[in-house]
Ligand binder design. Sequence first.
Ligand code: ROI
Length: 164
Amino acid sequence: MVTAFIGLGANILDPQAQLITALQALQNLPETRLITWSSLYSSRPLGPQDQPDYVNAVAEIHTGLSAHLLLEQLQQQEKHQGRQKLRHWGERCIDLDILLYGDEQMRTDDLTIPHPGLTERDFVLQPLLEIAPALTLPDGRRLQQIVPSFDGALTQLYRPVIDL
Ligand code: ROI
């Protein structure tokens, strides 16, 4: 089993409910257990400003799936929840990103791990710090020492109840 961290985001069609549905779905992926999850956070959009604020969270899973199979499963879940590509960096009803997959570093056409936005975006770093404050990245840097370049005025909302 590999410890992986998943970033969740949404800003249309009841974002909080979409994130809770997606957290529940992580628990139901094959060969996968949901270990813990962060609070939901409200954040200003990175990208075009004429879109609603986002709700973001991070989850920790243990999985027997390879990184690519995990990506496939996450994309299937996004589809299931009605994700449509509207515009580049535009609004979305659910976005599920692999942030970290064990200590792997990889770069393929469809998958870069660690996620390039991980160290840049406060809406990823803050929830990740909430659930894994002692985390060290595959390149040896400590999460706590990273200062994000995008600071979207994050507000911590609440930690949802998920039935495991
Ligand atoms: N902005 C915020 N605040 N949160 C997100 O999850 C998010 N996701 C995206 C883009 C459009 C880059 N902006 C975002 O994909």
